[in-house]
Write a protein that binds this ligand. Structure first.
Ligand SMILES: N[C@@H](CCC(=O)N[C@@H](CS)C(=O)NCC(=O)O)C(=O)O
Length: 242
């Protein structure tokens, strides 16, 4: 049975962290909401699934993964579940937990990137919170992007197995997610992220190495990879960069 990924069909968003893991492992999966409506696809079918009154353990929000009887919500929990199954996690309790910790830190960075364009309310339009967004984005650019990327740089430099990977000497979902974080920051904040990345050579190298991997490259060039856009988490608004 293929894994079922349930996520909004028109954005990369948080679903992209799961897509990348599935794609990099060559896993059999269906991106359900991207199917034609007649086959259960579309955003409204996804909304109906979230509101399913029969679900004993409903996910709070997309993404969620269905694997037979198992339903897992929360991006980091989905990757915690998939990691060992796809051969994309540190092995053993200590390395498995470390991989998860890295993912949770990436989730923190993603939430802060989101809040630069929605600092007041998730439910209000960007245009109605632009002034606060400008202020929030300035702090994110000047303090948080360098702090997050600097921490990942130190993690890479201190990895006893070498600075090619975050955990041990093989690819994990944390590497894939750091690739996606850097890609997103580069899209949304081209000037600020270029400045921060100039001080984090191992992060830059990891991003390039992940992008070069055959399955990742094939995926990025395929129609399955949705382009960044201004409905997603990483949005390019000129007034928020600098
Ligand atoms: N912490 C959750 C956040 C999930 C989330 O915020 N999903 C967004 C799309 S990226 C959503 O549709 N949220 C709807 C809501 O929060 O009401 C995760 O990492 O998966």
């Amino acid at each position: 049975m293929p894994y079922q990924l349930h996520y909004w069909p028109t954005i990369q968003g948080r679903g992209e962290f799961v897509r990348l893991a599935l794609e990099a492992a060559g896993a059999d999966y269906v991106d359900v909401a991207r199917l034609p409506e007649g086959e259960g696809g579309g955003g409204s079918a996804l909304g109906e699934r979230l509101d399913d009154p029969e679900a004993a353990r409903p996910a709070f929000a997309p993404p969620f993964l269905v694997d037979g009887d198992i339903v897992v919500g929360q991006t980091a929990a989905i990757l915690l579940y998939l990691g060992p199954r796809l051969g994309l996690s540190g092995v053993g309790e200590s390395d498995g937990l470390w991989t998860h910790q890295l993912q949770l830190t990436i989730a923190d960075a993603v939430a802060e990137a989101h809040d630069t364009h929605h600092p007041i309310s998730v439910g209000a339009y960007y245009e109605d919170q632009r002034d606060a967004a400008v202020q929030r984005a300035k702090a994110f650019r000047e303090e948080r992007i360098p702090k997050f990327l600097g921490w990942f740089e130190r993690v890479l430099q201190r990895n006893p197995a070498g600075s090619q990977h975050l955990v041990g000497d093989t690819l994990t979902y944390a590497d894939l997610s750091l690739f996606q974080l850097v890609d997103g920051l580069h899209y949304a904040f081209p000037k600020a992220s270029a400045r921060a990345l100039a001080a984090t050579p191992a992060v830059v190298k990891l991003h390039a190495n992940v992008k070069r991997r055959q399955r990742v490259r094939d995926y990025l060039q395929s129609p399955r990879r949705i382009a960044f856009n201004e409905d997603g988490i990483f949005r390019r608004y000129a007034e928020l960069d600098g």
